[in-house]
Design a protein around this ligand. Sequence first.
Ligand SMILES: NC(=O)c1ccc[n+]([C@@H]2O[C@H](COP(=O)([O-])OP(=O)(O)OC[C@H]3O[C@@H](n4cnc5c(N)ncnc54)[C@H](O)[C@@H]3O)[C@@H](O)[C@H]2O)c1
Length: 437
Amino acid sequence: MDHADILSEKLRSKSAQVAVVGLGYVGLSLAVGLGKAGIRILGIDVDVERVGLLSNGTSYIGDITDGDIRWLLAEGLLSASATFEGTGQVDAIVICVPTPLRKSKEPDISSIVSAVDSIAPTLRKGQLVVLESTTYPGTTEEVLQSRFEGLGFTLGRDLFLAFSPERVDPGNRTFTSANIPKVVGGVTATCTALAAALYSIVTSKVHRVSNPRVAETAKLLENTFRSVNIALANELALACRAIDVDPWEVIDAAATKPFGFMPFYPGPGTGGHCIPLDPLYLSWRVRMNGFEPRFIALADEINRSMPRHVVTTISDALNERGQCLRDAQVLVLGVTYKRDVNDVRESPALEIIKILIEKGVRISYSDPFTPQLDLGDQKIASTPLTADLLGTSDCVVVVTDHSSFDYPLIARAARLVVDVRNALRVIPDHREHIVTL
Ligand SMILES: NC(=O)c1ccc[n+]([C@@H]2O[C@H](COP(=O)([O-])OP(=O)(O)OC[C@H]3O[C@@H](n4cnc5c(N)ncnc54)[C@H](O)[C@@H]3O)[C@@H](O)[C@H]2O)c1
């Protein structure tokens, strides 16, 4: 049997051991999924605190319970490590490290490079390496393949390499890793087949593409599609304001068309680790080849202008009531980047709060998912949402529409609500003091 046959048989019989490098939202979810399917997982993270928590049976990711971790530990299916010592023994290595943007908005793939540096010394014949981190087209071939070939491996024969983007939607109970199809593109057909065999253990459908660049670009298209359509909805909201039409009613009417339309809604801007970042990975890469994509830049500009637009809406609403923004008491409801998750990364709420503070506003916030908010130069704590708090605030701003908020109470007790998600749409009363985008 050759290396591919041996690995294929190990994956089929689930006797393969897999290292997951980077145990965040993506990596820990994959590690738990594979572990529950009976695969032995070596979880590696440079964050010693995270490794300590996992080793003690504690999850730090909302969608994963302590019970899941404890069960995997007890069954001997998971071990967590802050070093790369064990990677030489495993059969497959999946890299799920962060890929942020630099301040200059250029891709920062330093964590990928560092992870590759760490696995390279113990890489051995017969292993499969899969990159899952979202990145610009060409990364798998230019950064990983060339490095591995430089070590003397022949990809597709004695070492296998593929890219497979993660599509997890935190907080989504309908679509999970188990039923979201996985796109896989290997540097050779054998690499694709082996990576597909790995993912078939945890997902019902694997879609194979001809090379890693297609898989890398597909991921960026998915998030560019969302960014552009959210920007369109945001622009529609501003346009509708000019003609006194309710944009949400327009979108709901258009959404009754059973084909050719998909509803996206206006809001305070995009957040999270994907939509505000990923399209810029694509534009950066194609710009290097002389092509300037315009949709991506325009969508980015519109979405990033929304926090300032929210502040203008608050200021205008206060002004109409004879109040000014400076010294106003503003209560922000919801600071995470989307409903019912505990993630504040890139959340537009942070930008809104920052601008409000700069303008001399007295800020408080309430968010059941975020007990404390780190604003860089200061930390503020979440306040319990009470009728008293609502009634004493000059303006209440619904930035993130968590399902646990008591919207009838908000409508009843607040003096002025700026509802940028239209979360109070179903409440017919008190409309005179509710303002939308
Ligand atoms: N969060 C999502 O919903 C989501 C969805 C799809 C794709 N992605 C992509 O998946 C990748 C990972 O995202 P995430 O949200 O899981 O990130 P995360 O920040 O939650 O977790 C990444 C983990 O990697 C660790 N890490 C950093 N450098 C490392 C290294 N050199 N070696 C080992 N560990 C290292 C960090 O300590 C952290 O625990 C990113 O490219 C992201 O764009 C994320």
